[in-house]
Design a protein around this ligand. Structure first.
Ligand code: IPE
Ligand code: IPE
Ligand code: MG
Length: 227
């Protein structure tokens, strides 16, 4: 019997912080604080299950449409996370995807510094999407693309992190069944898993349920199922 293959790269669209706060009669920023508290648990659990690359959708470029106070609150959570990263995660490589130079100078500098400090860490990588736009990433890659080439590899070299494998599994919490601009180029053949759990309520059992579901999928990539 062929053993079912665990995903190499799992992405989490961490949605539902605002609704969690509303449900508890708290401010949206409290929802982001509670959501941020769950991040180490999520990432460590996925690594412990053999996943090598975890991507987290933290802030889309469209999220700048939110009130200033909320945007600042989210950036503060990311800054805290980056500051405590090595202590929390040890030898994990941290990378960012998105237009970091457009977020506050201090946060951008802290993210770039963390990328430098952790760049030789292996075998686990955490990729955080910050001020990320899926269409913007494609436009950026198209700009860098040579018209003489038609290869996928050449186009990919203009993506934020072409060295990362495509996500095998994308988990979205919060009940919405859409990708909201999440890695459109790389998700062409990703398996999708939607959960009603609001991100601040997520547990390791929810992650295990998603991985279990993934193991039952038949990935064909346009071919036919092999026995
Ligand atoms: C996800 O939670 C966090 C970000 C988008 C930054 P939301 O803040 O979108 O939560 P809901 O969707 O309003 O509940
Ligand atoms: C997607 O969530 C982006 C992140 C989780 C960072 P949104 O809450 O921004 O998505 P929409 O607005 O419901 O599509
Ligand atoms: Mg949302």
């Amino acid at each position: 019997m062929v053993e079912a293959k665990l995903p190499t790269h799992v992405a989490v669209i961490m949605d539902g912080n605002g609704r969690w706060a509303q449900k508890c009669g708290k401010t949206r920023n409290i929802g982001h604080i509670e959501g941020a508290k769950r991040v180490p648990l999520v990432v460590k659990h996925l690594f412990s299950r053999g996943v090598r690359v975890v991507t987290l959708y933290a802030f889309s470029e469209e999220n700048f449409a939110r009130p200033n106070e909320e945007v600042q609150g989210i950036f503060d959570r990311v800054a805290e996370f980056v500051e405590g990263f090595s202590e929390t995660f040890g030898d994990v490589r941290l990378v960012f995807s998105g237009e970091l130079e457009a977020v506050s100078g201090r946060l951008c500098a802290a993210c770039r510094q963390a990328e430098l400090t952790t760049r030789s860490n292996a075998p686990f990588t955490l990729n955080i999407l910050l001020n990320y736009g899926g269409r913007s990433e494609i436009i950026r890659a198209a700009r860098l693309f040579s018209c003489d080439s038609s290869s996928d590899a050449d186009f990919r070299s203009g993506l934020y992190h072409p060295e990362l494998p495509d996500p095998d599994l994308i988990i979205r919490t919060g009940g919405e069944k859409r990708l909201s601009g999440f890695m459109p180029y790389q998700s062409a053949y990703s398996e999708l898993y939607f959960s009603d759990v609001l991100f601040p309520d997520i547990t390791t059992a929810d992650l295990d349920a998603a991985l279990e579901d993934y193991l039952g999928r038949s990935r064909r990539f346009g071919g036919i199922k092999t026995p």
